[in-house]
Design a protein around this ligand. Structure first.
Ligand code: SF4
Length: 472
């Protein structure tokens, strides 16, 4: 039976009346994609999403173990759940206090699920990254009265086969093509929280994307994986091959992929960037450091020279391409010379933007066991130097956009200093803000040609030349 706003649905022995779920997602796009899958499974149990935590019957935290800040935020939000549970409203029908169920999933729950359950009274159940598609069963168990359980098992089958689930009405969709990571970079917890690499078969992904385009109005797809360039290695297929197959799907306008490891960029991927008309003019390729000795300690399997050659090849294949990257400041025992090498690499690479972080040790990784002598002050100062250098580079690059026209897929409307502005992304992944031609003009999910009128390191403004509507 299709759930509605007012009717209950019967699942197994239980009635599921209409309920609300509030979900908080931390970390990477993979987690956001998992949250999307969770939501779609929960709609079958009569749950709808709420933005008000106090309205929620079910609270889910989809956690991230990679970044320290995301980690801390989760623990602080989990602490607040004690109050939420204690102050839950009385259900007008039963006269009983609403039974708010609190669950934690994602990377922290994968490695520490059992401990979390033991330590935090307010947490009802925890679930790992490989059991996201079993969320319905776990919620059922919780409503059936089962208390305090953790499900953190791995899917041991050889195949990785799923169907993408989307619950939003946007023309942009994340499509998981590979899960796990075999790289074991010395600072990274992901191989422990997401398991070994396993790819979906190419034929399945093509069918999945075709379905999304034909039946869900999807026009832009982001192919996802922790190490997306490794796609297909286990099946004798490749990312380049997949891109060229997806290229044939009518109605699919743009293709992106993330996140890449430089070591696994193959020639056929470079060729895909040369030949594909749908692959976006942007590549996110994390370098992490410009120093070969630090790269060695990070176990990254490439040198700064190799990285620079690789991005030169990519830019030769597609001269419109912009490249962004990730940088870690203050890796354990990084010397001033090693730090300087990163600043030099920024000058040479001319990244469009970077995500940069001060190193923080993740429990269980090799880097966490290094006898590190760097202080937080040194790390903070190096991070600022990296960011300042990048902002200068970025400002000059963005200035070069002024006077040029870009096709933008418009994502949202906002207010900036009291003025309504719409925001969209170019193929090269730059955000562009523009004012509507008339106040009531609705550009949501329109394709728009925008001429850039001004730019700073962090913001790009433009004016609409052409509104192409919902199909370019
Ligand atoms: S390739 Fe990426 S996800 Fe895999 S271990 Fe290295 S940093 Fe982590």
């Amino acid at each position: 039976m299709e759930p509605t706003e007012t009717t209950s649905v019967k699942v197994g022995e239980l009635e599921f009346p209409p309920r609300k779920v509030w979900m908080k997602t931390y970390g990477c796009q993979m987690n956001y994609h998992d949250s999307e899958r969770i939501m779609s499974h929960l709609s079958g149990l009569n749950f709808t999403k709420t933005d008000e935590q106090s309205d929620a019957d079910l609270v889910i935290f989809n956690t991230c173990a990679v970044r320290d800040l995301a980690n801390q935020k989760f623990y602080s939000h989990l602490g607040e759940m004690k109050k939420l549970k204690a102050n839950a409203d009385v259900n007008p029908e039963t006269g009983l206090k609403k039974n708010v169920i609190v669950a934690a999933g994602g990377c922290i729950a994968q490695t520490e699920g059992k401990e979390l359950i033991g330590k935090y009274k307010q947490l009802d159940f925890a679930f790992g990254t490989d059991v996201v598609d079993n969320i319905g069963e776990m919620v059922y168990r919780a409503y059936a009265g089962e208390k305090k359980f953790a499900v953190t098992s791995w899917d041991r089958s050889d195949n990785y086969s799923i169907e993408t689930k989307i619950t939003h009405g946007s023309p942009m969709a994340f499509v998981n093509i590979i899960k796990g990571c075999d790289k074991f970079c010395s600072y990274c917890i992901v191989p422990f929280t997401r398991g070994r690499e396993k790819s979906r078969r190419l034929e399945e992904v093509v069918k999945d994307v075709r379905r999304l385009v034909e039946f869900s109005g999807v026009q832009e797809v982001m192919l996802l994986g922790q190490n997306v360039n490794s796609y297909g290695k286990d099946n004798g297929e490749s990312l380049g091959q997949l891109i060229m197959e997806l290229e044939e799907i009518q109605g699919l306008e743009r293709l992106r992929y993330t996140t890449s490891h430089p070591y696994d960029v193959t020639d056929d991927l470079v060729e895909a960037h040369r030949n594909s008309k749908k692959l976006a003019n942007h590549l996110h390729l994390p370098v992490q450091s410009g120093s070969n000795t630090v790269l060695q300690r990070m176990l990254r399997e490439y040198t700064a020279e190799h990285y620079l050659e690789l991005i030169a090849k990519m830019r030769a294949a597609n001269p419109q391409m912009t490249i962004s990257s990730d940088i870690i400041a203050g890796f354990p025992n990084e010397t001033e010379e090693e730090h300087e090498a990163t600043l030099r690499l920024l000058d040479l690479a001319q990244f469009d933007f970077i995500y940069s972080y001060a190193f923080s040790a993740r429990k269980g990784t090799k880097a966490a066991r290094m006898n590190d002598v760097l202080s937080d002050d040194i790390r903070g100062r190096r991070l600022r130097e990296i960011q300042d250098r990048q902002l200068k580079i970025q400002a000059a690059i963005r200035q070069g956009m002024v006077g040029r026209t870009y096709r933008v897929l418009v994502e949202e409307k906002g207010l900036s200093k009291g003025v309504t502005k719409w925001t969209g992304r170019t193929s090269c992944y730059r955000l562009v803000h523009f004012e509507p031609e008339t106040p009531e003009q609705d550009y949501q999910w329109h394709w728009v040609d925008v001429e850039i009128t001004s730019a700073t390191a962090l913001s790009t403004q433009g004016k609409v030349l052409r509104d192409l509507g919902k199909k370019p």
